[in-house]
Design a protein around this ligand. Structure first.
Ligand code: ZN
Ligand code: ZN
Length: 451
């Protein structure tokens, strides 16, 4: 699961000038349909999408404040989100505009001192809004290679700084202290990375289609209804796994993944919607196809070979191979940008341990599209994956209300400021579970659920 804390792609661009919205943006302009009918259809889908995010993603309540973080290149969508939140009775909608171009300028040219700490007012604002139960919508859309060539020392320091400065916000978010939702819409440089052989407009159109399909928004359809049915299905599958309370699972495929992952004595597989502290149901990632839990911190042994590239901190990391002993990552390899991966894992001790185990069959709709999105929100929902770094507390019963020491005692990895998902699922992946009384259960066969 993707979280909504401020990441490098957005660093330093909070409050980007609204003047950028008044004219045609430099690049990444929204797809412009050629016909009036096409335009109306597009507007209708965009509106339906925004209403889905406000109504089901955040489930905006009357009198609630909502923060919308959105790239300037997706201004149409940001505006639709703003309107949809107000329609549901939001007290206020706080817009935070982002921009890849300014972000890259910032990373290349800002004074070296700014990468060691967040601005105090920025930290305080998030904490305050989180405390009052504001909803956070994060539109994850950027050039996957926007920070190519940026100093890895700056990346490392900023990672450490945001980890430290956003600790409370991050913790509250991961314990569902407030509703949050990560969604996505196309921007040009991203669309061109996914569809390199297409002209600009065609690439944008194809990415729009792929996203609408992934989030179940269709012309004349009822996306809200489709989502309730989808969440019910995922929750039913999670229930089957919860009933088993497996001791461990063993992953194997031809790519080189061969690992035994222990599970906490008492664990919870989660899927679909979450419940915020206020009792309101929300969906943290749209799309979501995963059923996830947390590994037992010190009980993972073997090799994990990534099956898809990982877009991390504006760089694409390919050919990841991690070796784990007693839960700790002791071997780090990547064919490209190994340094970016190494720095992420070395951010703190907890980032050396896994914090998420997630099941996604290869016959899930996003996997079936056959696309490589270079955006974890989509790629993690097309393949079984793990995350290194902090676990979601609710992966143990009642975890959202337990103190950190107790969560550690229950065996999950919650002492880290990181959470990075990476994909391992393949067509030939098998997952064999072992129950506490030693019985073997086939969980996955040929990349698909066998339960
Ligand atoms: Zn996940
Ligand atoms: Zn995750």
């Amino acid at each position: 699961m993707q979280n909504c804390v401020q990441s490098t792609e957005n660093a330093g661009t909070a409050g980007a000038p609204s003047a950028a919205l008044t004219g045609e943006t430099r690049k990444g302009r929204p797809f412009e349909p050629k016909t009036e009918a096409g335009e109306n259809m597009k507007k209708e889908l965009l509106k339906q999408y925004a209403q889905l995010v406000a109504g089901v993603g955040i489930n905006v309540q009357k009198g609630q404040t909502v923060v919308v973080r959105c790239p300037v290149d997706c201004a149409d969508f940001g505006r639709a989100l703003c309107a949809a939140c107000f329609e549901l009775g939001a007290k206020d909608v706080v817009m935070e505009w982002r921009d890849d171009v300014c972000s890259r300028e910032h990373w290349l040219h800002a004074d070296d001192s700014v990468f060691d700490a967040m601005y105090p007012w920025d930290i305080e604002k998030n904490v305050q809004l989180g405390r009052e139960g504001a909803g956070f919508i994060s539109v994850s859309a950027s050039d996957p290679e926007n920070l190519r060539g940026v100093s890895t020392d700056r990346l490392r320091r900023w990672e450490a700084a945001t980890g430290r400065d956003q600790k409370e916000f991050h913790r509250t978010m991961m314990a569902n202290g407030f509703p949050w939702c990560v969604v996505s819409v196309p921007v040009l440089n991203w669309a061109k990375k996914v569809f390199p052989n297409d002209a600009d407009d065609a690439a944008m159109e194809k990415l729009w289609e792929a996203i609408f399909s992934a989030i179940r928004v269709t012309e004349g359809g009822d996306a809200v209804e489709a989502w309730h049915a989808h969440c019910a299905y995922l929750e039913e599958m999670a229930g089957r796994l919860n009933a088993l309370q497996l001791k461990q699972v063993r992953y194997k495929n031809a790519l080189g993944t061969d690992v035994v992952v222990g599970l906490p004595d008492e664990h919870v597989w989660m899927a679909g919607a979450d419940t915020a502290k206020s009792g309101v149901r929300f969906v943290a990632n749209m799309p979501t196809e995963e059923i996830f839990s947390a590994p037992k911190r010190d009980a993972v042994d073997g090799v994990l070979a990534a099956s898809k590239p990982l877009a991390l901190n504006g760089n694409v990391i390919e050919g990841i191979r991690l070796t784990l002993e007693h839960g700790r990552i002791v071997g780090i390899h990547a064919d490209t940008n190994e340094e970016v991966l190494r720095q992420a894992i070395e951010t703190d001790e907890g980032a050396h341990y896994l914090g998420e185990i997630a099941l996604v069959p290869v016959d899930s709709p996003i996997a079936q599209s056959g696309l490589l999105f270079y955006n974890t929100l989509f790629d993690e929902n097309a393949a079984c994956h793990f995350a290194f770094g902090r676990a979601y507390p609710a992966c143990v019963p009642g975890g959202d209300d337990l103190p950190e020491e107790e969560l550690v005692r229950r065996g999950i990895n919650v002492v880290s400021t990181m959470h990075v998902d990476f994909m391992v699922g393949t067509e030939d992946l098998s997952i064999i579970g072992t129950t506490k009384d030693g019985r073997e259960v086939t969980v996955f066969e040929n990349g698909r659920f066998a339960l």
